[in-house]
Design a protein around this ligand. Sequence first.
Ligand SMILES: *Cc1c(COP(=O)(O)O)cnc(C)c1O
Length: 451
Amino acid sequence: MGEGNTGLEQRDLAVLWHPCTQMKDHERLPVIPIRRGRGVWLEDFDGRRYLDAISSWWVNLFGHSHPRINAAVKAQVEELEQVLLAGFTHEAAVSLAERLVAISPAGLRKCFFADNGSCAVEVALKMSFHYWRNRGELRKTRFICLENAYHGETLGALSVSQIPLYRDTYAPLLRDAIVAPSPDCYRRAPGETWAECSRRGFEAMADLLERHADEVCAVIVEPLVQCAGQMRMYDPVYLSLVRAACSQHRVHLIADEIAVGFGRTGTLFACEQAAIAPDFLCLSKGLTGGYLPLGAVLTTDEIYRAFYADYDTRTAFLHSHSYTGNPLACRAALATLSLFEEQPVLAGNRQLAQAMAAATAHFTDHPHVAEVRQTGMILAVEMVQDKATKTPYPWQERRGLRIYRQALARGVLLRPLGNVVYFMPPYVITEDEIRHLAEVAWEGINLATSD
Ligand SMILES: *Cc1c(COP(=O)(O)O)cnc(C)c1O
């Protein structure tokens, strides 16, 4: 871009291989060097600003460079930057585990730290399998996941993910999961409510549990919103039904709230909307306010006790990551949780969610918008070629990319998932900024659907 970035773009492309990127795209598409972040704004070396409408891949909650989180990390780095968590402990990890146990759904009493989201999913899958093994149930070796699910990129997490774009290439390396239809309400029948649609979606899951319970360790779901799966949404009733069926069939329920936890869906955790508690709760992303990588898996005393025995029984969970429970990450997380305690965050988000709905109310009239859907602080707009039949644009046309470029030119970071434009902004966005965001998205949609 401009001169101010001191050749960073060229240096970058000479050595860096970027995540989730066809690097050849950068022959036409600039990489954008960011010098600093403040609140919802990212700023480049020429002073150009970008409104971070997607919370830097859904991790940021209270804006970039938040004074409280900055101070917490700075204070911790002066005391202890890292210590192994096997045989040793530190105040930040203990306090964070205490706070997570206190705020998570009832019955989750033990906290195991990992160092990112995919690893938290690996931990939950392995723990569930290992629990049944420790109980002598050796036939339980499989998992049920949902169609269109996303649980991360490592091979175990990818095995329970069902987005062809990320999965298909690696299919020969993956274990076969049992796949239940998604309760996604986008394709609900005319006149059908979300609840009716999700209830109907549950019938196949009930059937799979009935048939496979004796070989299944756990069902894994993303509560309420399949975020990487194009922000497809469903009704809380589905979670209630899955919870009851899992209990009935002696199968664990793993709730992957890595993307939807910490207020994204309107409640602190999405599971609260169905008044359920999973057997495993996976957390990451917003856990540290978007500062540092950290994952956590919360589980029950009952599961913990199945591993608790004399060493020579070989029932221990011998899983670790080097940076497990890193003190700096734990401090960032504690400061983030303090912000939830001290400020009416969820009430503020209700206001902001209403503003997002109001600013996009007219989008449904667009001839190429099939749906505007929203769950709390996540709002998604589904662009289609044919509105009546909901026929999508061919993926090769990359219409979302046109919106990405147009929005950048207008100082907004939007990063559509295929044909779905979405807002998942930091909670410190203002109503004016939301209106601006909606205007830019509207322009982008018009541009992307003009031929
Ligand atoms: C992002 C995400 C993950 C993976 O987390 P990483 O930290 O990127 O490995 C897992 N599950 C869900 C639902 C996610 O959105």
